[in-house]
Ligand binder design. Structure first.
Ligand code: HEM
Length: 578
């Protein structure tokens, strides 16, 4: 009964069969079984262990069977098309989440069933721009699903990203927005420039400053090191120094976070998530902390130390004039004031939580996007050259490449960023939203409270209907050119299907910073270095062994772990030749 109780997540969705609520229905079943045992005069005391086991097995079978029949034929979402096993049970969707290719599985289902699918009994996903705004806009009657609560560490404050209550999230978000103003992005861009320059210096030093091509390197490893160092410096006031030559104890941080995401993702999509969340304060968190990969534990200790030091520094420099203080994101968090009371917006535990969350929210996402952009650029020498020409002709020296109108005015650069991000979503599966009491209309159809809804960026961004040659890397599709068929309408249609930072109240708080970071990194790198794909390398691309949807070597492949994980491309650098 306990497990049954926790599978009853959403009474409205699992509403009724023949007028009885689902709960009542199963209670009735239970009662009937008891009644039958009485009819046949079976005394429970006289049943042996093996018979108990057989009875339990039979009961489980009856429960699973009736539940499956219910999901297929009597569930309020039973009219929504989707894969047979997925409509019947949440296990297939979970299985693909464990494998890391759930986005590919979803894509396949959309090819088969059209614009909406039911990949598991309580979920409906869409591939349609109208559905997107019905679900994610400010007026949508939804909240983040409990998926986000599973991230929450016991005893820690809930961060903005993990807060599911709509009103509570709005309060937190208002405070967080104060840390991502134009002023703070400008201040952060100084840190970004410093790290990017050092990163390029190291690449040149490793290549002995020659104009020969370097040995091939995995761009993902390189760019992870850069972005984590930037985010460590911005969030905790201390660079991880991953990009620096030599060993250091936190060098494996990006791997630790990737390992942690792979470890935790199957739990976020666990079919009996409510049971898992119920168990969290009842010992499961302690148990999980024992089996968390050791790298992830070391990282957590490092974060604790950094935040403690950064809080101390913040207090120490509070008497200094503003211009002399260290103006990183942490500074803006610590200085933020509650708009209503005027008091500090965050206490120490909230500062800890928000700044650690920013590492995950800001590092992997930006690094994945850069890996994708460089994968497609190095796979297309003509477009690569067009971008290099734009950068080298716009700026007279590398020092000119800073956050500002000249950099954001590089239209081809911006188009390459957008196009690379379209083909490389930072989270390929849906960001799940739960319909609240009162229901939600999506594409004109009503969905009851408790339904999980969403759109998958991997699927929407590969829509043939919207993009035509959806799998081609063609930055030109984002630059108005009526004679080439790129109209205001076609751009608007593309933008409506491609929302890398999400839209609505839970959209990315750091998107301006992320764009600044990517533009500076790409422009400074291509100003000072030539980059090419290592001859013959296909690292990061698809291959026939990966199967349906993943066999094209020209498509950058992602592992779905909430945030995308990836490898490649394998590239070579040299000092710029022209
Ligand atoms: C290319 C880079 C990035 C992309 C594509 C991206 C995308 C996203 C997306 C899709 C979400 C919604 C997540 C969800 O609801 O599950 C999100 C949330 C968020 N992102 Fe980003 N992000 C990027 C970089 C950054 C950076 C650099 C920062 C800050 C340093 C940041 C901070 C946040 C925060 C704080 C949230 C939570 C917002 C909220 O809950 O209201 N992101 N991001």
């Amino acid at each position: 009964m306990v497990s049954y109780y926790f599978t009853i997540k959403y009474p409205d969705v699992r509403s009724n069969v023949l007028g009885l609520s689902h709960k009542l229905w199963l209670l009735t079943l239970h009662f009937v079984l008891l009644h039958l045992s009485a009819m046949f005069d079976v005394s429970f005391d006289s049943i042996r262990l093996s018979e108990w086991l057989a009875l339990s097995f039979a009961l489980c079978f009856v429960l699973i069977f009736t539940n499956s029949i219910y999901n297929l034929y009597f569930h309020p979402l039973s009219g929504v098309p989707g894969p047979f096993w997925g409509r019947m049970s949440p296990i297939p969707s979970w299985y693909y989440a464990c494998r890391g290719d759930r986005h590919i599985w979803l894509w396949k289902q959309f090819q088969r069933y059209g614009k909406k699918i039911r990949p598991d009994p309580n979920t409906v996903l869409f591939c349609d721009s109208q559905a997107y705004s019905d679900i994610y806009s400010a007026r949508s009657n939804v909240r983040r699903s409990r998926f986000y609560e599973a991230f929450q560490e016991q005893g820690r404050v809930a961060t903005t990203l993990m807060t599911i209550d709509v009103a509570e999230h709005a309060v937190k978000r208002k405070r967080l927005n104060a840390c991502f103003t134009e002023k703070s992005v400008r201040a952060a861009s100084d840190f970004i420039v410093k790290h990017v320059d050092r990163w390029i210096d190291i690449i040149l030093e490793e290549n002995k400053d020659t104009t020969e091509w370097s040995s091939p390197v995995d761009f993902t490893e390189k760019v992870d090191a850069l972005i984590f160092d930037i985010m460590g410096d911005l969030s905790f006031g201390r660079s991880f120094d991953i990009k620096e030559p030599g060993e250091n104890p936190v060098k494996r941080t990006p791997h630790s976070i990737a390992a942690y995401l792979r470890f935790v993702y199957p739990m976020l999509r666990f079919p009996y998530l409510n049971l898992l969340l119920w168990l969290k304060p009842r010992g499961i968190d302690q148990f999980l902390s024992l089996i968390v990969p050791p790298d992830a534990q070391r990282y957590s200790q490092f974060v604790d130390d950094c935040v403690a030091n950064r809080i101390a520094l913040q207090k120490e420099q509070s008497t200094k004039p503003e211009a002399e203080r260290r103006q990183d994101i942490f500074y803006f968090l610590a200085e933020a004031r509650d708009p209503d009371t005027g008091l500090p917006a965050y206490d120490d535990s909230e500062l800890w939580a928000e700044s650690s969350m920013l590492i995950v929210a800001g590092s992997d996402t930006t690094a994945v996007s850069l890996s994708g952009i460089f994968f497609y650029l190095t796979g297309d020498p003509q477009r690569y050259q067009k971008l290099v020409d734009e950068i080298r002709s716009t700026f007279g020296s590398v020092e000119e490449i800073i956050h500002g109108p000249k950099l954001s005015g590089c239209t081809y650069l911006r188009a390459c960023v957008d196009e690379g991000m379209r083909l490389t979503p930072t989270g390929p599966s849906e960001l799940p939203r739960e319909v609240l009491p009162g229901g939600l209309r999506v594409m004109g159809e009503y969905y009851p409270s408790g339904t999980i809804v969403g759109t998958s960026p991997w699927v929407s961004c590969r829509s043939q209907e919207v993009f035509g040659d959806a799998e081609s890397f063609r930055p030109e599709r984002w630059i108005l050119n009526e004679s080439a068929g790129v109209t205001k309408d076609s751009i608007a249609r593309g933008k409506a299907a491609f929302r890398p930072f999400l839209s609505g109240p839970t959209n990315c708080a750091g998107q301006n910073l992320a764009i600044a970071e990517m533009l500076i990194t790409i422009a400074r790198t291509l100003y000072r270095l030539d980059v090419r794909r290592a001859p013959g390398s296909t690292l990061g691309g698809g291959s026939p062994e990966l199967g349906w949807g993943q066999n094209d070597k020209n498509q950058f492949q992602l592992v779905d772990a909430y945030i995308s994980l990836r490898q490649g491309p394998e590239v070579q650098f040299r000092k710029r030749m022209s």
